[in-house]
Design a protein around this ligand. Sequence first.
Ligand SMILES: C[S@@+](CC[C@H](N)C(=O)[O-])C[C@H]1O[C@@H](n2cnc3c(N)ncnc32)[C@H](O)[C@@H]1O
Length: 348
Amino acid sequence: MNIESISDTILDESSSPQQRHDALNAFTTACSNFSGILPDPSFDAWADDSLLPSGVAINPEAAAHCAHDYQRSVVFIRGVYAAIKALRLRFADAPLEILYAGCGPFATLLMPLLGKFYPDELNITLLDIHQRSLDSAQLVLEKFGLGDHGVSTVQDDACVYKHPQKLHLIIAETMQKSLEQEPQFAVTANLAPQLIAQGVFIPQRIDVSLSLADLEKEKVFYDNCGTSNPTLLENSPGRYPIATLCSLSPDNAVTQRQAAQYNPHSDKLELEPRIVEIPGVANIEQLNAALFTRITVYESYSLEDYEAEITLPLHCYELEPLCGGERYMTSYQLGAYPKFNFELLGKK
Ligand SMILES: C[S@@+](CC[C@H](N)C(=O)[O-])C[C@H]1O[C@@H](n2cnc3c(N)ncnc32)[C@H](O)[C@@H]1O
């Protein structure tokens, strides 16, 4: 499969899940053959990860493996394609200035699309903290015959990087489920102000919410469904939404960070806390507390609960055993290991 048929299959709304998996596997196999980097979710168990001040930057092998979070990759690639086409119409007179932050070794969310555009339509900068990933991305670009696209690479921390001019498009996927561990929040807060007016930041929005749910039952439901049906699940008995704990968008990232305060209990800088209460529901002992993640990639391109590894629920064991009426202070901690914290306040 050549890069054109790989991208056509991924973009074709009528392609089957199996065809899209095959296309992404063909993409990573070709990239690995070119660069020698093999996708591996647990390569060297953290040893090659970079522990940055604002979160963990996973190693090139683990970053390559992200391509195999199939629905994630498909939805992001489609969203990026739709955004570039919209921006080409909006800014027709000059090449689009594009920054792909945290590109990993295969620049998966952009590489399959480059052949769809003339080299003079796009000015692309690939950025990653790992030089090995940047070297790999350059090699892959040349081997796919896309070398004339004049892509530059920058080795830097996306949480502090300043681009020399305003950007039309920023792509950044440096996250795990429920915004834990990786620096998506800090990357968004640093890069979003560098967008030109009417530019696009991908993803456009990430919502993390707390609910009570029967996680075992939901897992069976999704395993049997094959595809997710969030509307059905939302309305199904057993899911009790409590609160949205964080809505991250390029418009609100800086304000949220400015309002962050030092918490002496956790010794961390935290976003504005909020108080949540466990609802008093029947059969509460059969339920779990969990964080659910939803991602608006670009306009109608979105990822709902369970659709991707990065939107799987995160079980909050620290809230169990559940007790109706108990109140918790919740906050999102910034710093080297971003995550949500819960502090028991007592019962109403
Ligand atoms: C989850 S992987 C995603 C890889 C690729 N963008 C994809 O979507 O398939 C995150 C990538 O971002 C990079 N990264 C994470 N935090 C970073 C930071 N603060 N500055 C630069 N790169 C970072 C990691 O090195 C890794 O390559």
